[in-house]
Design a protein around this ligand. Structure first.
Ligand code: G3P
Ligand code: CA
Length: 256
């Protein structure tokens, strides 16, 4: 590894909360992440059948809870019965409202909200996200960032909430079907997966935009991000990222 660049301040965000150590997207995982001296957290949001916005990654609850079924075909009151934690530390599926409430206790922390696409609800997931942000008076907050694999979502937020920072996430197969990196929206930043970014380094600072990458889980990858000027990196292991940057820094200020 080379010397860490003094000018770089790669921001650490906890992917799905502190998901390397706690069950993903749970209050526990977010609380444990927010206690750390990191930039913030990343989460995914989806709509339930009755239009509630839940903090959840998969289309079904099967992998991460003790329930079965599709998020989009269940009402929130039924989803809330499932345990997404452990037997010893049960956790319920969070509403985005609840996560924002938790975030309000950490006024220096940022949140990166990924509106999950495609879904049966199409643009409604974006519309409801903006409603929830407005309700919480966060529609123009510098602490809120919206990330999405959908150019339509990026365009929607750019138009309806232009002060929110948006990131377009490159799809995993984008390097094959969009080798020229054609952009169909105008985000503040781009978010290729780490392997994509490492293989197409022209995406670093692409078109003068900020660079976000995911999911960065080893010290070598973390140092690569810092050395290559990545602005924001999502990791399941924010504690490891802090330790790595502390060790890699060796007296160089500002790398976090
Ligand atoms: O931060 C972007 C990243 O979370 C996208 O992938 O599947 O973990 O939501 P996924
Ligand atoms: Ca995500």
């Amino acid at each position: 590894m080379g010397v860490v660049d003094k000018r770089v301040q790669t921001q650490i965000i906890a992917h799905r909360g502190f998901s390397g150590l706690y069950p993903e997207h749970t209050q526990r995982a977010f609380e444990e992440a927010l206690k750390l001296p990191i930039h913030g957290i990343e989460c995914d949001v989806r709509l339930t059948r009755d239009g509630k916005l839940v903090v959840f990654h998969d289309a079904t609850v099967n992998r991460t809870t003790n329930g079965r079924g599709r998020v989009a075909t269940m009402d929130y009151r039924d989803l809330r019965e499932f345990n997404s934690g452990t037997e010893d530390d049960p956790q319920h599926i969070l509403l985005l409202d609840e996560l924002l409430e938790l975030l309000s206790d950490y006024p220096d922390k940022h949140i990166y909200i990924e509106t999950k696409h495609p879904t049966r609800f199409g643009p409604e997931v974006d519309e409801q996200t903006l409603r929830v942000l407005r309700y919480n008076r966060l529609q123009d907050s510098e602490r809120v960032h919206v990330v999405s694999f959908s150019h339509s979502a990026v365009r929607y937020f750019a138009k309806q909430a232009p002060e929110l920072e948006t990131y377009y996430l490159f799809h995993l197969r984008e390097r094959t079907w969009n080798p020229g990196n054609t952009m169909l929206s105008k985000p503040f930043g781009v978010g290729p997966a780490l392997s994509h970014l490492q293989s197409k380094q022209e995406l670093l600072g692409f078109k003068g935009l900020k660079t976000y990458t995911w999911t960065v889980n080893t010290p070598r990858e973390m140092l690569w991000c810092a050395e290559n000027g990545v602005d924001v990196m999502a990791t399941d292991l924010p504690n490891l990222a802090l330790d790595t940057f502390e060790r890699g820094r060796g007296g160089v200020d500002g790398v976090r």
